[in-house]
Ligand binder design. Structure first.
Ligand code: GDP
Length: 706
């Protein structure tokens, strides 16, 4: 198997045999941070102290394991950045930690969400200088959607201008829904930072040696000093949620380390508190205690409770449990190659063995996982079996995409709702030489399989290949990958937004199919109601009468529903797919000459008739959030007004303003270059597709340069 050979060669494959981890001793974590807060530096040190790398990488000298990808620019090396596993011991007990890479760029919302789904807890890193920045705030909120237990780390406390207290105050202000509880305070700050004071264990921790690997602990007395004041505050904060802590405090005037740890763990997992630790990744201060805290306070897979899954046929939600015997796993990342794919899978319940045949409910296909791998920073280990809550690499299944579920054959469930995001922007790509055409096609195919928000097709009109995605940056990054990872030489056109159409008015139509094909005559008629609706109401359904009608075979109904969906996608009067439409199947009539194909034909006829009643063109809009120093916000606002933006709100934060608006995507091309000019490089923005709005023909003509 060439992929396997490749892995062995590139990753210095080494058999690392150890006992299979118990579900309780697994931690699946992700690091959430604003760019530059120190995510890479911290991850590096996790791997280093756990013995998985033998040299401490320095971000600035460009030799970190996590950034290996950039350095090597070779396909396959993403292995390292997708997930790295390592062991960490708490006392004598060894734990297996899977560190999952969270995408650095917030523009890839779907990827962020998928990552938040597969982890059981997060370490949120804040810079002690810049404090809580927009991006971390946003991901924090996203993580709340998944009730993700978190611990926070205030980094960079060695830097000039850093303040533990100020950052803590900001966190309290910005995250009022959670009790933020410091478990450590820094010893010294800025230049004089020399260690951390552990308030739970009442000791100072210093990190000796060139690499900070020797942790030197020294007990401190609580007393009246800062240690006493902060500890009292911590105990009082915790006792608001914990009767055992307040009882012990009342009866004995102090609380034992043991009880504190147990209760902190419970409260973190219940989502009541977020403990705060601190240090400096660059100066190797506070990293080992942070790792201890991951084991101590973040949950193992079985402590997260049940998980949501969906019936793959009906999309109906169902509750599943880690204890269920059926195997279920979610593919959260794939590395595709011509010789086979490597899938990163989070297992949720049941066991998977090498060689097992599983079902992919999205495609309905059976697939075989030939090999199971554990993926360390640079090594891979082959394993025969993996239980629930684990992260493993699977080699073998083909035709699998990021976001797919693989499950036991006899009980199909889907872990993600099967929805396909609509691309909002596209661009033409064309190989520079005709001999590269096939290679480009293959590269596009591979890229799209790895990224479920990216699509490609061949334009029937021009024969060009069209790549579509979620935004300008998304296409830019994908084009980059084509060049750097697939070594493709190609030309690309200007990005174009993807227009849509919707119906002008509700209508009820009859679609008919009545044709002689060969010797036979085929007949079917359908009655369908169409209605332009708001985004959340769109969809295809059958009326109750239809569902209860005994005389109508279910395969007719299925064919009609499928073809309603396909018909709407094929496009309206201007050739753009129809959205914001609800179609209700009211009746199907037929006779002995009716079959599924005739029903399909009648349905498509109904769609065509509905389209003839009139459609309007819609353009994609995005939600834009800009954080900028106060003095530049006027200029930015003026710029946006000229871009047809609708301002939704303006918020004053310390020293900066945040502006939220909706604006047509077509007006946002080149915005990442305009914003620095408007703000002297001091503003930042996030942008995500948020739907469609009507666009006037006048605007369309102007855009088309007519
Ligand atoms: P990321 O973008 O979140 O992955 O952040 P990096 O780990 O790449 O760090 C960004 C920059 O901050 C690099 O130049 C690091 O050397 C520096 N850095 C990271 N942690 C610290 C720290 O604790 N103290 C100081 N002074 N610099 C740090």
């Amino acid at each position: 198997l060439p992929l396997w050979n490749f892995l062995q060669k590139r990753l210095e494959y080494r058999v690392e045999k150890r006992q299979d981890p118990m579900t309780e001793s697994i931690r699946n974590i992700g690091i959430i941070a604003h760019i530059d807060a120190g995510k890479t530096s911290t991850s590096e040190r996790f791997l280093y102290y756990s013995g998985k790398t033998h040299k401490l990488g320095e971000v600035d000298s460009g030799n970190t394991v996590m950034d290996y990808l950039d350095e090597e620019r070779q396909r396959g090396i993403t292995i390292v950045s997708a997930s790295a596993s390592f062991e960490w011991k708490l006392g004598e007990r060894s734990h297996l930690v899977h560190l999952i890479d969270t995408p650095g760029h917030i523009d890839f919302t779907a990827e962020v969400e998928r990552c938040l789904r597969v982890i059981d807890g997060a370490v949120v890193i804040f810079s002690g200088v810049e404090g809580v920045e927009a991006q971390s705030e946003k991901v924090w909120r996203q993580s709340e959607k998944y009730s993700l237990p978190k611990i926070a780390f205030i980094n960079k406390l060695d830097r000039f201008g850093a303040s533990f207290k100020r950052t803590l105050e900001q966190m309290k202000r910005k995250f009022p829904a959670k009790r933020v509880v410091p478990l450590q305070i820094p010893v010294g700050e800025e230049d004089s930072l020399s260690g951390v004071l552990d308030l739970v264990g009442l000791r100072t921790l210093r990190f000796a040696g060139d690499d900070g690997s020797a942790v030197v602990a020294e007990p401190v007395a609580a007393g009246d000093g800062p240690a006493g004041i902060w500890r009292d505050e911590m105990v009082s904060s915790l006792s608001d949620f914990s009767d055992p802590i307040s009882e012990e405090f009342i009866s004995s005037g102090s609380v034992s380390e043991d009880l504190l740890r147990r209760e902190i763990r419970r409260l973190v997992i219940e989502g009541k508190i977020v403990p705060v630790l601190c240090g400096s990744a660059k100066r190797n201060i506070g990293i080992q205690p942070l790792l201890d805290a991951v084991l101590l306070y973040l949950p193992g897979p079985s402590e997260r409770g049940g998980f949501h899954a969906f019936n793959p046929k009906t999309n109906e939600e169902m509750e599943c449990s880690v204890a269920d015997p059926e195997f279920r796993g979610l593919v959260f990342k794939i590395i595709a190659s011509s010789s086979g794919d490597l899938l990163y899978m989070r297992t949720y319940s049941g066991k998977i063995k090498a060689g097992d045949t599983l079902l992919n409910p999205r495609t309905g296909e059976k697939v075989r996982g030939k090999r199971l791998l554990r993926l360390y920073a640079r090594n891979v280990e082959q394993v025969e079996e993996a239980g629930p809550g684990d992260i493993i690499g699977v080699v073998g299944p083909s035709n699998t995409s990021t976001g797919d579920t693989l499950c036991s054959l006899h009980k199909p469930v889907s872990l993600e709702r099967i929805v396909f995001p609509e691309p909002v922007i596209s661009m033409a790509v064309e190989a520079r030489s005709s001999k590269d055409k096939d290679r480009l096609e293959f590269a596009l195919q591979t890229l799209c399989r790895e990224d479920p928000t990216l699509f490609w097709k061949k334009s029937e009109a021009t024969g060009q290949m069209i790549l579509s995605g979620m935004g300008e940056l998304h296409l830019e990054v994908s084009a980059h990958k084509l060049r750097d990872e697939f070594h493709m030489d190609f030309r690309s056109g200007e990005p174009q937004v993807a227009y849509r159409e919707t119906l002008l008015e509700p209508c009820e139509v009859d679609g008919v199919f009545d044709r002689v094909i060969g010797e036979n005559r085929f007949y079917a008629a359908v009655r369908v109601g169409f209605e332009p609706v708001m985004r959340l109401e769109e969809g295809i359904e059958s009326s109750n009468a239809m569902r209860n009608a005994q005389a109508i075979p279910s395969s007719w109904t299925r064919s009609a529903e499928e073809n309603l969906m396909n018909g709407l996608k094929t496009g309206g009067n201007w050739g753009y797919p129809l959205v914001y439409v609800r179609a209700k199947l009211l009746d199907i009539s037929g006779n002995e000459s009716t079959n599924d194909a005739a029903v399909a034909g009648a349905t498509l006829d109904a769609v065509a008739k509905a389209v003839k009643t009139g459609t309007r063109i819609l353009e994609p809009i995005v939600k834009l959030e800009i954080t900028s120093p106060e003095q530049n916000i006027g200029d930015i606002n003026g710029f946006l007004q000229a871009k047809r933006a609708v301002i939704l709100g303006m918020e004053s934060l310390p020293e900066v303003k945040r502006l939220v608006c909706e604006v047509p995507l077509s007006e946002m091309f080149g915005f990442s270059k305009s914003l620095p000019k408007l703000s002297g490089g001091r503003a930042s923005f996030t942008m995500e597709p948020c739907g469609y709005q009507e666009v006037s023909l006048e605007v369309l003509e102007k855009k088309a340069g007519m």
